[in-house]
Design a protein. Sequence first.
Length: 335
Amino acid sequence: LKMGTPVKDVELPKNAPSSLLLQKHSDYIEAFEKNKDDYEYCMTEFLRVSGVYWGLTAMDLMGQLHRMNKEEVLHFVEGCQHPCGGFGPTHQQDPHLLYTLSAIQILTLYDSLDVIDAEQVVKYIVSLQQEDGSFYGDHWGEVDTRFSFCSLACLALMGRLNAINVDKAVKFVLSCMNFDGGFGSVPGSESHAGQVYCCVGALAIAGALYHVDADQLGWWLAERQLPSGGLNGRPEKLPDVCYSWWVLSSLKMIGRIHWIDKEKLEHFIMASQDEETGGFSDRPGDWVDPFHTLFGLGGLSLLGNKQVKPVNPVFCMPQDVLDRIGLKVKLLDSV
């Protein structure tokens, strides 16, 4: 009689793709952007500016950014900014830090921060920091470590990190660290790989990664790998291609990326491609989308795949973009 909990995992199809279908993926992203009457495009209006960031970054990592309409993108992003300085997901929708970061990332990709009121963006972010160092996502007052990362990342990309109280921001993020080395959305909440990425990334931007117990956190992250090779976000969950980013980037930042089986993970990511339409899904056989396509490509880049440009593990942007603006973030050494 086995008393243990069964491992939740997927079985990879024997005929699953094993090589990177770059042309298919770039065609998929370009078509998704152009076919604005498609059901999938219309139903994702509530996160449109983030979807644009996912698609553009994926194209840049594949060396295909030139295929996208820069002028149309910049006009759209400019129209998403509110008088308060924040950005909504699309025109005439409320501003939020999540979409503000996506907008700043897009403008940084195109070296076009000058098309928006950058000073108002800074004021918007500053207005959302609370006395304990946390950040509201918007004026409704939800607190989450995702918003801490968004704030620090935005300001770092704009060269204005000194506009907020960084020490208090670090203190709040550290208050969300758990006994297992991971991080949650608020103090006392469950460790989750997505939150780990946000907290580790925020600490990296703030120059405070030395607070992390890299071995303990590295062990928790390495345990996210399942027999299929895929990674999950927390115990007892199925593997998902997006965690190829959240987990791997966190491991990269703390110098422990070699603690997982890279070959098995690459096999899982490759198997999640759609050979007909292009794009990546969350796991083999499911429907593809730009979100998983970016994070599949980002994961492959972190694994050292030379068909994809090097990606920065903190900002999820091509490394050459960060080099262009002179933004450097110190990571922990590998051991």
